[in-house]
Design a protein around this ligand. Structure first.
Ligand code: BQF
Length: 307
């Protein structure tokens, strides 16, 4: 069965639109997201456009703040301080990757964790790891929501995560190993967590043998065709986080998107599998909207206003 992230994301956007409409119908202002983008990486431009379009659909105000690639780190840090202190902004993100000369760790650490709707500050990462209320990074939140909506339980399952990034691999591993009652509220159906998680990466020996023991494989390596049919058991669940642009002169944009999984051959053997495009990507975008509404609800509602 194909896990239709595009459709689930659309359903969630409709739910969010209702929630935002209820706020504005009560005389409250709409939530507002700011997106800072540095330079003109074409993929980043596309991602930012996707986010702005999704905000418009649910009634979240969005503002794009664009800087040339040559800006100094200090200019960017000043902008972050400004956004931290701007009461009209509920949350903001700095689109990654940043140009080489800018220290990403420094930039992320400067964001006020209450406005960190990408969930990448040390405060939010640490709180997520400890199972405390936090803003969860968008892709892991989206993966968890997708599993929940399809009622794919993780309790006692062996989850193999391929990739150890701060943005996907590490946080999804932490979330799925969590005791469910310690993890965040807001989950729809199945209670997620209680998995046995193995995190693999480029130095892992005999990845195939490890994958063959997996009930669920989450691939976030950025490598087309990394996961092949000989590496999976019959009935496996495969979550493909890869977004790779492959040159294709026949495609409308001159490229097409592929994931990290040899989808054509793995899909027939899988119980559940996400496609690329239309799987995890749309869930990542909708998670950013959920995080923005969360930041608004936790910090912007006037005291005593109950919705
Ligand atoms: C789809 C991202 C790598 C590095 C930085 C929908 C997106 C992608 C695919 C999207 C991504 C990937 C984003 C699809 C945002 C996901 O239909 O399959 C949406 O816009 N993404 C990002 O902001 O930064 C990245 C991947």
């Amino acid at each position: 069965m194909i896990l239709d992230g595009k459709q689930i994301a659309q359903t969630i956007r409709a739910e969010l639109r209702e929630q935002v409409a209820a706020l504005t119908a009560n005389g409250l202002r709409a939530p507002k997201l700011a997106i800072v983008i540095v330079g003109n990486n074409p993929a980043s431009e596309t991602y930012v456009n996707n986010k702005i379009k999704a905000c418009a659909e649910v009634g979240i105000d969005a503002v794009k703040i664009a800087y040339p690639a040559e800006i100094t780190e200090q200019t960017l840090l000043n902008e972050i301080h400004r956004l931290n202190n701007d009461d009209s902004i509920d949350g903001f993100i700095v689109q990654l990757p940043l140009p080489e000369h800018i220290n990403e760790t420094q930039v992320l650490s400067t964001i006020d964790y209450r406005k960190d709707v990408d969930g990448l500050t040390p405060e939010n990462v640490g709180r997520t790891v400890q199972g405390l209320p936090s803003i969860i990074s968008a892709t892991p939140r989206g993966i968890r929501e997708l599993l929940a909506r399809y009622e794919i339980a993780t309790e006692g399952k062996h989850v193999v995560v391929i990739g150890r990034s701060n943005i996907v691999g590490k946080p999804i591993a932490m979330l799925l190993m969590q005791r469910p009652y310690l993890s965040l509220p807001g989950l729809s159906a199945a209670s997620l967590g209680d998995a046995t998680v193995t995190v693999c990466h480029s130095k892992t020996r005999d990845l195939k043998a490890i994958c063959l023991t997996a009930d669920i494989i989450i691939v976030a390596a950025g490598c087309p065709n990394l996961l092949t049919v000989d590496m999976v058991r019959e009935g496996v669940t495969v979550i493909d986080v890869g977004i790779n642009r492959i040159d294709d002169p026949a495609a409308p944009k001159g490229y097409r998107l592929v994931g990290d999984v040899d989808f054509a051959n793995v899909a027939p053997k899988a119980a559940y599998i996400t496609p690329v495009p239309g799987g995890v990507g749309p869930m990542t975008i909708v998670s950013l909207l959920q995080n923005t509404l969360q930041a608004y609800n936790e910090h912007s509602l006037p005291q005593g206003h109950d919705l």
